[in-house]
Design a protein around this ligand. Sequence first.
Ligand code: NAI
Length: 254
Amino acid sequence: MADNGKRVIIVTGGSRGIGRAICVAFAGNDTEVFFNYFSPGDPEGEKTAAAETEKMIAEAGGTGKGLWADIASRDETNAFFDQVLEEAGHIDVLVNNAGITKDALIVRMKEADWDAVLNVNLKGPFNCIQIIGKIMMKQRHGRIINIASIVGVTGNAGQANYVASKAGIIGLTKTAAKELAPRGVTVNAVAPGFIVTDMTAVVPEKAREAMLGQIPMGRPGQAEDIAGVVTFLASEQAAYITGQVIHVSGGMYM
Ligand code: NAI
């Protein structure tokens, strides 16, 4: 196993949206960024998007590589991390960003949609933290940043599966923070409000207007607004912050 001597960053779901912005924000000549991505409904489109993220990392002066891997699958996640370790030798930062929605009111929600969202949004980060946590504990350093959501705190009609997964990730963050703190590993969550990405592009116009009306700053957020906070939480300046949930929502939640 070679060690590349660089700061190694892993971002789940880096092909688009917030994950892509996080990959690009970390890009630099002293870092190496690995990200995974997965979209069984549109594999070609997702691969093209991943290649675009790699290009953007390179344009920002960094090195980055995207690999197809489903974080809900323990085997695929193990294989993804094995490849990163094979190429980079160690891991400094893990960003659990990948997430999906399958919205419906509780009384109409299909069991398969409940399971799918919980498997990707909550079991996925658990898989990653369990695998990487062991490595970071041995290294005696590491940063884990989980992307939660404002709705994990407030609740949201029509999103019981998604909200439960995001409330769960906040509990997972605090528990992992307590377990890993003695070994020099910090674990924090960032809770975005309404951010312009493919995920929110499908929100109907009326619901979008209603959400914008709840944002004191009067505008939706950009993926870069989230990426800036994530890179801060991974920086030396944030060394004494752990177990926290930082809301980035234009004041939507106070
Ligand atoms: P997006 O839909 O634009 O991108 C999702 C990314 O996750 C893609 O790169 C996709 O390949 C990856 N992905 C999906 N399923 C995966 C799986 N099983 N394994 C590996 N990768 C998978 O989403 P967006 O908006 O960028 O969201 C990123 C995170 O931010 C998610 O966790 C989401 O819940 C959270 N968030 C987003 C908000 C928003 O307003 N866009 C608000 C609050 C939270």
